[in-house]
Design a protein around this ligand. Structure first.
Ligand SMILES: [Zn+2]
Length: 232
Protein backbone atom coordinates (compact mmCIF):
# COMPACT_ATOMS: atom_id res chain seq x y z
CA UNK A 1 0.00 0.00 0.00
CA UNK A 2 1.29 3.42 -0.89
CA UNK A 3 0.75 6.27 1.53
CA UNK A 4 1.23 9.80 0.36
CA UNK A 5 2.60 12.02 3.12
CA UNK A 6 1.17 15.48 2.63
CA UNK A 7 2.00 16.84 6.06
CA UNK A 8 5.30 17.64 7.69
CA UNK A 9 6.77 14.69 9.56
CA UNK A 10 7.05 15.88 13.15
CA UNK A 11 7.89 12.62 14.83
CA UNK A 12 8.42 8.95 14.27
CA UNK A 13 8.67 5.70 16.15
CA UNK A 14 10.24 2.41 15.20
CA UNK A 15 7.57 -0.16 14.65
CA UNK A 16 7.78 -3.06 17.06
CA UNK A 17 8.38 -6.46 15.52
CA UNK A 18 5.16 -8.35 15.22
CA UNK A 19 4.86 -10.72 18.12
CA UNK A 20 5.06 -14.36 17.14
CA UNK A 21 1.89 -14.99 19.05
CA UNK A 22 -0.88 -13.22 17.25
CA UNK A 23 -3.76 -12.30 19.51
CA UNK A 24 -6.95 -14.10 18.80
CA UNK A 25 -8.88 -12.14 16.23
CA UNK A 26 -11.92 -11.81 18.45
CA UNK A 27 -9.90 -10.21 21.24
CA UNK A 28 -10.68 -6.51 21.59
CA UNK A 29 -7.87 -4.14 20.66
CA UNK A 30 -6.25 -2.55 23.71
CA UNK A 31 -7.28 1.04 24.30
CA UNK A 32 -4.55 3.61 23.89
CA UNK A 33 -4.57 7.04 25.41
CA UNK A 34 -6.43 9.50 23.19
CA UNK A 35 -8.41 12.68 23.48
CA UNK A 36 -11.79 11.03 23.07
CA UNK A 37 -11.51 9.14 26.35
CA UNK A 38 -14.11 10.65 28.61
CA UNK A 39 -13.19 11.79 32.06
CA UNK A 40 -13.42 8.59 34.08
CA UNK A 41 -15.28 8.42 37.36
CA UNK A 42 -12.21 7.14 39.11
CA UNK A 43 -8.65 8.45 38.88
CA UNK A 44 -5.60 7.71 41.01
CA UNK A 45 -4.20 10.92 42.39
CA UNK A 46 -0.74 11.71 43.76
CA UNK A 47 0.09 15.05 45.33
CA UNK A 48 3.62 16.46 45.57
CA UNK A 49 4.52 19.45 47.71
CA UNK A 50 7.18 21.91 46.62
CA UNK A 51 8.34 25.08 48.31
CA UNK A 52 10.16 27.28 45.82
CA UNK A 53 11.72 30.37 47.42
CA UNK A 54 10.03 32.62 44.84
CA UNK A 55 6.67 31.74 46.37
CA UNK A 56 5.52 32.69 49.83
CA UNK A 57 3.46 29.52 50.17
CA UNK A 58 4.06 25.90 49.24
CA UNK A 59 2.70 24.64 45.93
CA UNK A 60 0.80 21.35 45.74
CA UNK A 61 1.12 19.50 42.46
CA UNK A 62 -1.50 16.82 41.90
CA UNK A 63 -1.23 14.37 39.03
CA UNK A 64 -4.23 12.13 38.39
CA UNK A 65 -3.65 8.87 36.54
CA UNK A 66 -6.00 6.79 34.46
CA UNK A 67 -5.79 3.00 34.22
CA UNK A 68 -6.39 1.74 30.71
CA UNK A 69 -7.27 -1.86 29.87
CA UNK A 70 -7.64 -2.73 33.52
CA UNK A 71 -7.22 -6.40 34.40
CA UNK A 72 -5.82 -7.30 30.99
CA UNK A 73 -2.29 -7.92 29.74
CA UNK A 74 -2.38 -4.43 28.27
CA UNK A 75 -3.08 -2.65 31.53
CA UNK A 76 -1.26 0.70 31.65
CA UNK A 77 -1.28 3.58 34.05
CA UNK A 78 -0.93 6.98 32.42
CA UNK A 79 -1.15 10.55 33.66
CA UNK A 80 -4.50 12.08 32.76
CA UNK A 81 -4.42 15.57 34.26
CA UNK A 82 -2.34 17.85 36.45
CA UNK A 83 -3.36 20.55 38.92
CA UNK A 84 -1.26 22.97 40.90
CA UNK A 85 -2.66 24.64 43.98
CA UNK A 86 -1.32 27.16 46.41
CA UNK A 87 -2.69 29.67 48.88
CA UNK A 88 -1.64 32.47 46.60
CA UNK A 89 -2.60 31.21 43.16
CA UNK A 90 -3.50 34.72 41.89
CA UNK A 91 0.18 35.35 41.12
CA UNK A 92 0.41 32.25 39.05
CA UNK A 93 -1.92 32.61 36.11
CA UNK A 94 0.83 31.20 33.91
CA UNK A 95 1.07 28.13 36.16
CA UNK A 96 -2.63 27.45 35.63
CA UNK A 97 -2.15 27.92 31.88
CA UNK A 98 0.80 25.53 31.97
CA UNK A 99 -1.17 22.84 33.81
CA UNK A 100 -3.98 23.03 31.25
CA UNK A 101 -1.56 22.64 28.38
CA UNK A 102 0.24 19.75 30.12
CA UNK A 103 -3.09 18.02 30.83
CA UNK A 104 -4.01 18.37 27.15
CA UNK A 105 -0.68 16.78 26.16
CA UNK A 106 -1.29 13.93 28.64
CA UNK A 107 -4.62 13.20 26.96
CA UNK A 108 -3.26 13.35 23.44
CA UNK A 109 -1.55 10.03 24.08
CA UNK A 110 1.67 8.74 22.55
CA UNK A 111 5.03 9.43 24.13
CA UNK A 112 4.60 12.24 26.63
CA UNK A 113 7.93 11.86 28.41
CA UNK A 114 9.43 14.67 26.30
CA UNK A 115 7.59 17.10 28.59
CA UNK A 116 10.14 16.43 31.33
CA UNK A 117 13.12 17.51 29.24
CA UNK A 118 11.28 20.55 27.87
CA UNK A 119 10.26 21.82 31.30
CA UNK A 120 13.50 20.96 33.07
CA UNK A 121 15.52 22.99 30.60
CA UNK A 122 13.68 26.25 31.29
CA UNK A 123 16.01 28.78 32.90
CA UNK A 124 14.67 31.70 34.89
CA UNK A 125 16.51 34.85 33.72
CA UNK A 126 16.53 35.96 37.37
CA UNK A 127 18.59 32.90 38.24
CA UNK A 128 17.40 29.67 39.73
CA UNK A 129 17.49 28.47 43.29
CA UNK A 130 18.75 25.65 45.46
CA UNK A 131 16.35 23.15 46.93
CA UNK A 132 16.95 21.56 50.28
CA UNK A 133 19.77 19.06 49.90
CA UNK A 134 21.64 21.24 47.42
CA UNK A 135 19.77 20.38 44.21
CA UNK A 136 19.82 23.31 41.81
CA UNK A 137 16.56 24.27 40.15
CA UNK A 138 16.98 26.61 37.19
CA UNK A 139 13.35 27.81 37.48
CA UNK A 140 9.95 27.02 38.95
CA UNK A 141 8.96 25.54 35.58
CA UNK A 142 11.98 23.22 35.85
CA UNK A 143 10.90 22.12 39.31
CA UNK A 144 7.42 21.31 37.97
CA UNK A 145 9.20 19.27 35.28
CA UNK A 146 11.22 17.48 37.97
CA UNK A 147 8.00 16.56 39.79
CA UNK A 148 6.48 15.19 36.58
CA UNK A 149 9.66 13.19 36.00
CA UNK A 150 9.50 11.78 39.53
CA UNK A 151 5.89 10.79 38.94
CA UNK A 152 6.59 9.19 35.56
CA UNK A 153 9.38 7.17 37.16
CA UNK A 154 7.07 6.11 39.98
CA UNK A 155 4.44 4.77 37.57
CA UNK A 156 7.00 3.17 35.27
CA UNK A 157 6.60 5.49 32.29
CA UNK A 158 10.25 6.51 32.56
CA UNK A 159 12.95 4.01 33.40
CA UNK A 160 14.42 4.90 36.74
CA UNK A 161 18.19 5.29 36.56
CA UNK A 162 18.77 4.40 40.16
CA UNK A 163 22.27 3.32 40.97
CA UNK A 164 23.12 -0.26 41.67
CA UNK A 165 24.41 -1.24 45.11
CA UNK A 166 27.89 -1.66 43.62
CA UNK A 167 27.87 1.89 42.22
CA UNK A 168 26.63 3.23 45.54
CA UNK A 169 29.44 1.45 47.39
CA UNK A 170 32.11 2.79 45.00
CA UNK A 171 30.80 6.33 45.49
CA UNK A 172 30.76 5.93 49.26
CA UNK A 173 34.38 4.78 49.10
CA UNK A 174 35.40 7.72 46.91
CA UNK A 175 33.68 10.10 49.25
CA UNK A 176 35.39 8.64 52.30
CA UNK A 177 38.75 8.87 50.53
CA UNK A 178 38.13 12.49 49.56
CA UNK A 179 37.11 13.41 53.06
CA UNK A 180 40.11 11.65 54.58
CA UNK A 181 42.51 13.55 52.30
CA UNK A 182 40.85 16.88 52.90
CA UNK A 183 40.51 16.16 56.57
CA UNK A 184 39.27 19.53 57.62
CA UNK A 185 37.70 19.06 61.01
CA UNK A 186 33.95 18.51 61.12
CA UNK A 187 33.54 21.74 63.08
CA UNK A 188 33.35 23.64 59.81
CA UNK A 189 30.47 21.58 58.53
CA UNK A 190 28.36 21.90 61.64
CA UNK A 191 28.79 25.66 61.56
CA UNK A 192 26.82 25.97 58.37
CA UNK A 193 23.99 24.01 59.95
CA UNK A 194 23.60 21.76 56.93
CA UNK A 195 22.19 18.29 57.21
CA UNK A 196 24.74 15.55 57.69
CA UNK A 197 23.92 14.05 54.29
CA UNK A 198 25.15 17.16 52.46
CA UNK A 199 28.17 17.02 50.18
CA UNK A 200 31.62 18.47 50.93
CA UNK A 201 31.53 22.27 51.25
CA UNK A 202 33.88 22.82 48.30
CA UNK A 203 31.98 20.48 45.97
CA UNK A 204 30.88 22.06 42.70
CA UNK A 205 27.70 21.83 40.68
CA UNK A 206 27.09 18.66 38.67
CA UNK A 207 25.83 19.39 35.17
CA UNK A 208 24.09 16.06 35.00
CA UNK A 209 22.08 15.90 38.22
CA UNK A 210 22.24 19.55 39.34
CA UNK A 211 23.48 18.68 42.82
CA UNK A 212 26.41 20.56 44.35
CA UNK A 213 28.35 17.36 44.72
CA UNK A 214 31.27 17.22 42.29
CA UNK A 215 34.70 16.66 43.84
CA UNK A 216 38.11 16.18 42.25
CA UNK A 217 39.89 13.00 43.15
CA UNK A 218 43.10 11.94 41.33
CA UNK A 219 42.39 14.59 38.65
CA UNK A 220 39.01 13.03 38.13
CA UNK A 221 35.88 15.09 38.51
CA UNK A 222 33.42 12.79 40.20
CA UNK A 223 29.83 13.52 41.23
CA UNK A 224 29.10 12.01 44.64
CA UNK A 225 25.39 12.21 43.94
CA UNK A 226 24.85 10.55 40.55
CA UNK A 227 28.28 9.06 39.88
CA UNK A 228 28.96 11.09 36.72
CA UNK A 229 32.70 11.20 36.20
CA UNK A 230 35.09 13.02 33.90
CA UNK A 231 38.82 12.55 34.05
CA UNK A 232 41.24 15.19 32.82
ZN1 LIG B 1 25.73 14.36 39.47
Amino acid sequence: MTVKIDKRIIGYAVKKAASSEQPASNEPKPVEMNETIEHPEFLLGTTYKIKPPISEHALYITINDIILNEDTDHEVRRPYEIFINSKAMEHFQWVIALTRVISAVFRKGGDITFLVEELRSVYDPNGGYYKKGGIFMPSLVAEIGAVIEKHMKAIGLIQSDEMSDVQKRILAEKRAEFEARNSQPKAEASESGEESGAFPANATLCKKCNAKSVIILDNCMTCLNCGDSKCG
